[in-house]
Design a protein around this ligand. Structure first.
Ligand code: GDP
Ligand code: MG
Length: 162
């Protein structure tokens, strides 16, 4: 069985860009606006000889009242199908309330996950990572999906136990 990797996170953090890097296809639509990829999207990829399946999700939105549950349910369904959940965060946006709620939700549901901080390109690493240490999660993977930076080593590490 190929391990299944689900990409979760708010819209615009770079999930579809990462999906494209991981599947080396232009299958998942990448756009500058939120909410384009509403449903789950599946792709296959390989690192070395190691095959895997990737699921892209539409992204979880929310406001001061909390996360948008129908959107969250789509992503949680993807998490259920997955062996590996990657929570993608945006270094440029910093840590948001929705990100913190997603972390709490995954913890409450006892879903193991990795945190991947994207868009670290051209940023000072203290500025890029500052807020994220407060999550108390170690390691924090750092990538620039659009530059394919850090992607391969991150995937190798998360696949290692499978
Ligand atoms: P999604 O909504 O989470 O699927 O995010 P997308 O993959 O559609 O990306 C949202 C925007 O972020 C697009 O304009 C991407 O080009 C941009 N983006 C994605 N990854 C990176 C990155 O590593 N660095 C930078 N600077 N921009 C990125
Ligand atoms: Mg997308």
């Amino acid at each position: 069985m190929k391990p299944v990797i689900a990409l979760m996170g708010r819209p615009n953090v770079g999930k579809s860009t990462l999906f494209n890097q991981l599947t080396r296809s232009r299958d998942a639509l990448v756009a500058d606006f939120s909410g384009l990829t509403r449903d789950r999207k599946y792709g296959e990829g390989k690192v070395g000889e190691r095959p895997y399946v990737v699921i892209d999700t539409g992204g979880i939105t929310g406001d001061e009242n909390g996360i948008d549950l129908p959107m969250a349910q789509q992503s949680m369904a993807a998490a259920d199908e997955a062996d590996i959940v990657l929570l993608i965060l945006d270094a440029r946006a910093g840590l948001t309330g929705v990100d913190q709620e997603l972390v709490s939700l995954l913890r409450r549901q006892s879903i193991p996950f990795h945190v991947v901080v994207n868009k670290i390109d051209g940023m000072n690493s203290d500025t890029a990572m500052g807020d994220f240490y407060s999550l108390g999660i170690d390691p924090l993977y750092r990538i620039a999906a659009s530059h394919n930076r850090g992607v391969r080593s991150m995937i190798e590490e998360v696949l290692a136990p499978f």
